[in-house]
Every structure is written in C-alpha cells, then in structure tokens.
Write a protein that binds this ligand. Structure first.
Ligand code: ASP
Ligand code: MG
Length: 459
C-alpha cells in the first residue's frame, strides 16, 4: 500500500515524539516491504507557528529586540531537540544549518521591526521557518537511524499563487513537480521528508497555505501521487461519537463519509478540517486519522462515501448557548417576499443563521452570534412580531444511514421523550436531524441519544 504519513505538531513536539515518528514509519516499512516507501509530511513542532506569529506581531510594533529574543529561544529549542536525535558530524551539520537559517531570519525580522511593517509576504517567510526546521530535523533523524530518506524542500514542489498567508495551490504545476521531484526519491527507494503548510510561487517566493495547512499539503501530495491512503497522525485516537466533555463515554467512529465529517466540523469537532482534505476525497483516496502515541488504535477513516453499519448513526454533535428567534408575519399568512425581507435583516447585520424552520405563519431561526441582536430585532419588528429565547442549544444526529432508514428518525425522537423540543429539522441532505432545545437539557439529551445509538456491546 502506498501511503502519505502526515505528522502534526504534537507528533513532532520533541525528540521523544520524533523518535515515535521514526518507529511508526519503520513499522509501515516492515509491514509493506515490497511497496514504495511512504512520503512523510510534518508540521512545525507544536506551538512553534504560534511563536512565529507572535514574533511577527512584535516586529510590526517595532519591538525588534523582543522579536529577536523569541527567535533565539526557538532556535535553542530546535537545537536541543536535534541533539536528542542526531549525533556526531550529522549533528554538527544540522545545528549549523538551523543556526544559519534562524540568524538569516532574525536579520530580516530586525529590518521589518525597524520599519514597523511586516507584509504578508514577510509573514510567510517567517512562518515557513517552523516547517523547514522540523522537516530537516526529522529527515536527519531518519538518516541517523540508517533509514534511506531524503529531505525535500516543499517550496520546490508545492506551487501556489501569491495570495500570501492563504496561498492557493496550482494543482497541475504541483502535481508535475511532485511526480518529478518526490517521485524520483521514491523511485530511489528513499522516504521523502517534507514540511507541510509551505510552498512557493512560480518565481520561487515562499508562501503558506493558511493555519493548519499541513493536512492540506498532505492531501495535495497524496492526490498528485495517487496514494492508496493518506494518514493524518495526531494526538487523539480519531473522531468520537460525541464530545467527551458532554457525553461520559464516547466511542471511536471507525469510518465516516466526507460529508459527515463536514457536518461534525461545523459543530466544532476539531480533529481536522474536512475542506483541507478535499483534494484527496475528490480522487477517492481514503484519509485516516491516527494517534502517534497509540499507533495500535485503528483510528477513523474518512472516505468519499463512508460506510456505517446498517441501522447505525455516525456521531452526535451539539452547539450550546444559541438564541432562537421566532418571527411571525403580522399579515397572518406569509406573503411572498416575507422570507427575503427577513433574511435580508440577518444579512445586513452579518449574522449567520444556523437552523431554520417554517410554518404557515411563522419562521424560527437560531443564531449563535448575538452581537447585533438588538439591531436585528428592531428591524424585524418593522414587519413582523418577534419573540426571542436565549440559552437554547442545537443537538445534531449525523449519519448517512438516515437517508435510507426511516426508523432512525423515530428512534432518535423517542429517545428524547419528555425533553421539550423547541424545533426539529431534517435538511434536504437527510444526513442529519437537528433538535433545538433548552441548553440545560443538553447533557441529558446527548446521553439518551448516545445510549440509544452507541451503547457499548456488552458480552
Ligand atoms: N504549523 C502550521 C500551523 O500551526 C500548519 C500546521 O500545523 O498544519 O498552523
Ligand atoms: Mg494541525
């Protein structure tokens, strides 16, 4: 099986974590001796990108010394970690390389601080340091272990436009370079080790894909190489059937569809942002979330289609502290144009609406951003009666099987018996059912739904 293995910041946080990475990759090699080697993509060591952002902020405020101090601390941290991974001449070479790169960057940062101006282009040069350093270190650690590998500069492979800090990849150009440069290393039997998140314009100016962009890099390279699986190694076991802060004993979701993952991400499931893996999903490449501290756990597989067991739901999600607004047409029946007028008010005050339900004479919506609520209400009252209920919540059941198995809807509603449901809606996708209820009822509602659909099989 040909794979891409992407390791996030916590999976490369220190020498111990990087050693776990080496062992996980070694396992992968041992289990697939006849396949081509995996491609390894890494994030910056954990918190490094945040510190670099902070460095840029200080430079923008003309605090050159403070910015330089942050960089020298970061350099020291990298050198300490390097010393725990590599030895002898290789260590000396790596230390020199890191020191030179950090020194060059520090000189630039001091210049930006003098002007009090850090452009988006400068920001990208600064942020790229995290992934450049971590990928060099991991590559050196492989070499130290005598595992055939090669550091590949992602800036020579991932071609983007010049929208600095949120650059958009040029897939055709990137795929051509990936097949050529990364392909050559694979052909030579070496593990290419690359930084995620970073790329460059056609003229070679460093860019970044936006925060959290390493998953995106992995999906892009995986799509270009047409791998069999993209592995996202992180510090949790995978997606859970419910938020562990709300439900006592959530289970691991073994497999879900891309659309289900998107629904859950909307409700704050933070494991990975589905849009970042779109290049992989579009080419039908499964993406697996795995825990680098517990590599034996099977993790969660995201595929285009998903495949839940018959009669099963995929997961629950909730969004707490929302406000319900009931809007009743003062003309008793909903005249045409009523909905348009109503939604225009929300648009004018830039307030997204989450759940919408309608009846013959009224519309109910939920919002979680109440910053402009007073303006919204006074505008709505020009043409409608309005009632507001704060302290509500949305509970959402997600599952592709809701489309084919009508009984699931009934089971969900039944399990919520005697909990007052304010609104119920099922979107056209029929991939989820949304319940709006009083916020204090959420723990009980989630527990009952979880018991009904995800009870552990006891033998
Ligand atoms: N290091 C970058 C960030 O923290 C990219 C990533 O880790 O995905 O945003
Ligand atoms: Mg990440």
């Amino acid at each position: 099986m040909n794979v891409i293995m992407k390791f996030g910041g916590t999976s490369v946080a220190d020498a111990e974590a990087m050693t776990r990475v080496i062992n996980i990759v070694r396992q992968q090699l041992a289990a697939n001796p006849t396949d081509r080697p995996p491609v390894v993509v890494v994030s910056a060591m954990s918190k490094v990108t945040d510190r670099l952002v902070e460095t840029g902020r200080l430079a923008g405020e003309r605090q050159g010394d403070e910015a330089a101090k942050l960089l020298s601390d970061l350099c020291a941290r990298h050198i300490t970690v390097a010393s725990g991974l590599v030895s002898g001449g290789a260590l000396e070479g790596l230390k020199r390389r890191l020191a030179e790169d950090f020194d060059a960057l520090t000189a630039h940062v001091r210049g930006w601080a003098r002007d009090g101006d850090v452009s988006p282009r400068a920001t990208d040069e600064l942020l790229a340091m995290g992934e450049l350093a971590s990928s060099r270190m991991v590559a050196a650690a492989f070499a130290e272990q005598k595992i055939p590998s090669a550091w590949v500069d992602s800036r020579q492979v991932l071609v983007t436009d010049d929208e600095h800090t949120a650059a958009v990849p040029d897939m055709d150009a990137t795929c051509a370079k990936t097949q050529q440069i990364v392909g050559a290393r694979l052909g030579a039997g070496e593990i290419p080790v690359m930084g995620g998140f970073i790329g460059a314009t056609v003229t070679g100016v460093t860019t970044t894909l936006g925060r959290g962009g390493s998953d995106y890099s992995a999906a892009i390279f995986g799509a270009c190489l047409d791998v069999d699986e993209i592995q996202i190694w992180t510090d949790v076991d995978g997606m859970l059937t419910a938020d562990p802060r709300v439900v006592a004993d959530p289970r691991l979701v073994p497999q879900l569809s891309f659309a289900e993952a998107s629904e859950l991400a909307y409700f704050g499931a933070k494991v990975l942002h589905p849009s970042t893996i779109l290049p992989a999903v579009a080419r039908n490449i499964p993406v697996r979330i795995l825990n680098s501290r517990r590599p034996e756990v099977k993790g969660t597989m995201i595929t285009a289609e998903g495949r839940g067991d018959a009669g099963a739901l995929t997961a629950l999600a909730c969004k707490r502290g929302v406000t319900v607004i009931d809007i009743t047409s003062t003309r008793m029946l909903m005249a045409f144009g009523f909905l348009r007028r109503l939604f225009e008010v929300f648009e004018r005050f830039k307030t997204p609406v989450d759940v919408v339900t309608t009846s013959e004479v009224s519309v109910s919506v939920t919002v979680d951003n109440t910053r402009r609520l007073d303006d919204i209400l006074s505008n709505l009252r020009n043409f409608a009666e309005v009632n507001v209920e704060p302290d509500m919540a949305i509970v959402c059941v997600v599952g592709e099987n809701l489309r084919s198995d009508a009984a699931l809807f009934g089971r969900a509603v039944t399990s919520l018996e005697r909990i007052p449901l304010r609104l119920v809606s099922q979107a056209a996708s029929r991939r989820n059912i949304t319940f709006v209820m009083r916020d204090p009822d959420v723990p009980q509602a989630m527990a009952r739904l979880h018991d009904a659909f995800f009870a552990r099989v006891t033998r």
